[in-house]
Design a binder for this molecule. Structure first.
Ligand code: DGJ
Length: 716
């Protein structure tokens, strides 16, 4: 049993191997008591607060208790209107026009496993236990059913809420946080993943302010700009030491994460659907399900926090055959040709790629309609016979005959004004009557709140996938929402998208799906539930990628990050780096190629072939292993990562800029077993784990853009 209730103390204990989360029923309020390293027993809340405290401006709504106000109580799902003046988790407009909700404990139940969330992605698995707590407002019947699931061996907790209207009048939900947590201190530092197109998920670590800090997206997508992930750490927390509280929302739409310091020294953290533009009417008997959030606590620093996120996302978020199976190494023609290709060019690229060990040829944008630029044809998923005169089927067949698989790009959620789809259904795009339709990348977004539009997309994509043996799909999405016609629409859109993704991915279980949104504009755990990898960024420069991939890897595993070797000078930043350096950076993700092989020298092709062969040996270790960040590009001129699998230890070193006159530094490995023996595969020398962790391995930092991969076999 990982979850239990102690009736004498009215406490709920949720244990994982190394952590505990404790709540208490305090006068039928659901109060937060503790989240941290594993403990067996906790005194009741009043032990920690043996006297009345705080100014009298906190309204007294629990007069007989020490915590005489909900304004002081650490709460699990606070509401507005009866004393707690902080930001509520749930905000409801009642039929009478007021915004008061007063939730009190009604019941709970504990069971094995966890329920699926209707219409939404969620963690899944047998290795978990769930606590369901029902809180209700006796006057309005507004009820919050809170779900807490623990994955004990993985040290992970998930939370979500279903709001039900058990009253006899309609009400409107204005804000529904997926979780709220009142941590019993402030003075944290907040880590968030900030960015822009081609610059996604750069790590920012900033001191907690005395006010409310908001990290959000209002774009209709989780966005390039802010990721639905935050972590709270202490100023002294490092990679290996100290407390780290991580929060990841499993949602692909607009979201909000708030961190508020409050007057009595605690910190309220909450995350959920973006409240701006959100509103959801609940008639009597109806309910609303929030997205799920994944919560990870580590007392061993950020490194352990990340490894816990990686494991749960790899094993309990990603689904299907490619969760565990080896994935093909692909070449994508986008940066090789952009829109300017024909059948001969694609076949030539495939042939060269095959010769150096690539498994799959991906045809990117431009294969359909009359799409010679980004100004037309989205929505018309019919092959362009000017470029591919024999059609997709023949192209796919020819690629297959070379011994390669074939993959295809789609952008199914979009429509170009210059397309047959738009001419036939001008009302199928997101729009507001009488307002101009704002274009983004010269296109509009289809209205996925309309079932007939979703059905059209499912049918159009499935027709192409049924027409020939397509082994891989890149699902792109290249603009954000404008002219949103009504409140609640952006969430309905995401529900429509999830329905489409569920339908298509389950009809084609053998196809590897990769999501993309102008690179990493929708890199989130929601998308990873349907598609096990995401194109990390349109910035393919190896140095830029070190920052992007390290930020992304704070929460998402290597196995989910599409990373390709591209041309030099790099198309985004003009930098020239050696091919082996680019290759090692791509190996720290889902390795692939995206360059014109016809333009490379035989020597470079030879090097590429060797890199690919090397990656094929280690890809399962990289995919399933535990990541240790040894040196961060955010802190110095060298990035170094260690991956420990059951068989091997891989150490990747990428030196960005060189420094003269350096006595070689030593890079200390981590996470090894001190008594175990590790054999350096290049020298055959065997070392004890304690030697590699204590004395380290030499670190050559003399020159720019140098890469090293050292591999140790774990001796049995
Ligand atoms: C944006 C993607 O991120 C690129 O990789 C490429 O697929 C283009 N779209 C194609 O339009």
């Amino acid at each position: 049993m990982s979850i239990f209730y102690v009736p004498e103390t009215k406490q709920f204990y949720l244990h994982t191997k190394h952590t505990s989360y404790v709540m208490e029923l305090y006068d039928n309020h659901l109060a937060h008591s503790y989240w941290g390293s594993r403990i067996n027993k906790l005194p009741n809340l009043e032990y920690y607060y043996p006297f009345r405290f705080g100014a009298s401006f906190s309204a007294t709504d629990i007069p007989e208790r020490l915590f005489n106000s909900t304004d002081k109580l650490r709460q699990e799902y606070p509401t507005y209107g009866t004393g707690d003046m902080r930001n509520p988790a749930l905000q409801v407009e009642n039929a009478s026009g007021d915004s008061i909700t007063r939730l009190r404990y009604e019941s709970h139940r504990i069971f094995n496993g966890k329920p699926a969330l209707s219409g939404l992605p969620a963690t899944y698995g047998e290795d978990c236990e769930t606590l369901e707590i029902t809180l209700t407002d006796a006057l309005t019947g507004v009820t919050a059913v809170l779900y807490y699931t623990v994955f004990p061996e993985k040290d992970v907790l998930t939370r979500s809420v279903r709001v039900e209207n058990r009253g006899n009048k309609p009400c409107t939900l204005e804000n529904v946080a997926s979780f709220c947590l009142d941590l019993h201190q402030d003075g944290f530092e907040v880590i968030h993943l900030h960015g822009a197109w081609a610059k996604e998920r750069h790590i920012q670590r900033i001191p907690q302010s005395a006010a409310t800090m908001v990290f959000d997206s209002k774009r209709g997508a989780s966005s390039h700009n802010e990721n639905p992930f935050i972590a709270l750490v202490h100023p002294e927390t490092t990679e290996d030491y100290g407390d780290a509280y991580g929060f990841c929302l499993m949602y692909s739409g607009s979201f909000s994460a708030e961190v508020s310091a409050e007057q009595y020294g605690s910190t309220r953290v909450k995350m959920g659907i973006q409240p701006l533009g959100f509103s959801w009417e609940l008639k009597p008997g109806e309910s609303f399900q929030s997205p799920e959030a994944i919560l990870v606590y580590s007392d061993c620093g950020l490194g352990e926090m990340s490894r816990r996120f990686h494991k749960i996302i790899r094993e309990n978020v990603c689904r299907g055959k490619f969760r565990d199976a080896e994935r093909p190494i692909l070449i994508n023609n986008w940066e090789a040709t952009y829109f300017n290709f024909n059948q001969e060019k694609i076949l030539a690229l495939a042939e060269r790629a095959k010769a150096i060990g690539v498994d799959l040829m991906v045809l990117d944008d431009g294969w359909f309609g009359k799409r010679d630029q980004d100004n037309c044809s989205l929505g018309d998923w019919v092959v362009d016979r000017r470029k591919l005169p024999d059609g997709l089927e023949a192209l796919c067949k020819k690629v297959n005959e070379m011994g390669m698989q074939f993959g295809l790009w789609f952008e199914p959620e979009m429509v170009s004004p210059d397309s047959n789809l738009y001419r036939n259904h001008p009302d199928w795009c997101i729009h507001t009557e009488n307002r101009p339709r704002t274009l983004g990348r010269r296109q509009l977004i289809l209205d996925l709140t309309r079932p007939e539009v979703c059905d059209y997309i499912i049918d159009a994509v499935c027709t192409v996938l049924n027409s020939c043996p397509i082994s891989y799909v890149k699902w792109d999405m290249n603009r954000n929402m404008t002219e949103i016609p009504r409140k609640g629409f952006a969430h309905q859109y995401i529900l429509g998208l999830y329905r489409i993704l569920e339908e298509i991915t389950s009809r084609f279980p053998d196809v590897l799906f990769e999501s993309c949104s102008g690179g990493g504009g929708r890199f989130d755990a929601g998308m990873l539930y349907y598609m096990p990898q995401t194109w990390t960024s349109d910035d393919t420069d190896a140095v830029e990628r070190l920052y992007i991939q390290e930020g992304t890897g704070l929460v998402y595993p290597i196995s989910t990050m599409g990373a390709h070797i591209s041309a030099v000078p790099n198309h985004q930043v003009g930098r020239t780096t050696p091919v082996t350096f680019r290759s090692k950076v791509a190996m720290m993700g889902r390795f692939g190629l995206e360059l014109d092989l016809d333009k490379l020298s035989e020597e470079t092709l030879d090097t590429l072939a060797k890199e690919i062969a090397q990656y094929k040996i280690y890809q399962q270790d990289i995919h399933h292993g535990d990541l240790y960040r040894l040196l961060s590009p955010y802190k110095g001129r060298t990035a170094a990562y260690e991956i420990i699998s059951d068989k091997r230890v891989l150490v990747f070193i990428m030196n960005i800029t060189g420094a003269p006159c350096q006595v070689p530094l030593r890079l200390k490995l981590r996470g090894l077993e001190p008594d175990k023996q590790y054999k350096d595969t290049s020298t055959g020398i065997i070392y004890e784990g304690r030697t590699l962790m204590g004395a380290g391995i030499p670190l050559d930092t003399r020159s720019d853009y140098r890469d090293f991969l050292t591999v140790f076999e774990i001796c049995s």
